[in-house]
Write a protein that binds this ligand. Structure first.
Ligand SMILES: C[S@@+](CC[C@H](N)C(=O)[O-])C[C@H]1O[C@@H](n2cnc3c(N)ncnc32)[C@H](O)[C@@H]1O
Length: 220
């Protein structure tokens, strides 16, 4: 299958993936791994504890001519040994699902080679270095959610566990144009999880979803 994929302008903030070994933590069905190969990565490894995603990934691999440059392991990050093998590690949409976010950051660091790069994307709130939201129960109807720091607090957390050159490269409110139902995804989506009278709030009364991307270097 002809497959030409390019990422958007936000890739300007990260080291080019050409020739790199890449780990995608919480890779879902592996969609981004194919995009990373499209950017020239040498090898992409994804980990995600959901076995359904492994099956979906292997089905796509079959359609992609049995491409062996991408692999998905059905593991949580906490089960992975400290490989220190990857030039770039992505963690996108995972941190708020981890009960111990600093341990998550340490586990990500332990997968990187010296001077390797972490690309971290997660839900954040507005506020200073000490701002963090811990939802009492659900957030935008999601279970299993723990810590939503401000981007500035997340920068401090990354520095605290030993990352350097930490940069906040993007912060944006998730729009209902971006996260919505489609012909292919017919179940509820973001508009159903926002307060109908005030879309700046979730149905639980928390700030509506905002995401940040931070990039950091492992000096060790
Ligand atoms: C919100 S989704 C994000 C998927 C994808 N990274 C993206 O940005 O589209 C979170 C993913 O993290 C995975 N996940 C949950 N706990 C994890 C863990 N301990 N280690 C790795 N992945 C995990 C979930 O199975 C799910 O696929």
């Amino acid at each position: 299958m002809a497959f030409r994929l390019e990422m958007g302008p936000r890739t300007a903030h990260i080291s080019p993936l050409k020739g790199r070994y890449v780990l995608d933590v919480g890779c879902g069905n592996g969609y981004h791994m194919w995009r990373m190969l499209g950017e020239g990565a040498e090898l992409t490894v994804g980990i995600d504890p959901s076995e359904l995603f492994l099956v979906q990934f292997e089905a796509i691999r079959r359609l992609m001519g049995n491409d062996q440059r991408a692999h998905l392991l059905p593991l949580g990050i906490e089960k992975l040994p400290e490989l220190k093998a990857f030039d770039t590690v992505f963690s996108m949409g995972v941190l708020y699902h981890r009960r111990s976010p600093l341990d998550h950051l340490i586990q990500l660091k332990n997968q990187l080679v010296k001077n390797g790069e972490l690309v971290l994307e997660t839900l954040v709130i507005d506020g200073d270095e000490n701002a963090v939201l811990v939802p009492f129960d659900r957030y935008a109807q999601m279970h299993n959610v723990y810590f939503f720091p401000s981007a500035k607090a997340l920068k401090v957390w990354l520095e605290k566990v030993g990352f350097v050159d930490v940069r906040i490269v993007d912060e944006c409110v998730t729009t209902t144009d971006e996260q919505r139902t489609t012909d292919w995804m017919t179940h509820n989506s973001l508009p159903d999880y926002l307060d109908p009278n005030d879309p700046t709030k979730t149905v639980e009364g928390y700030p509506a979803p905002k995401r940040a991307v931070l990039v950091a270097k492992n000096p060790d």
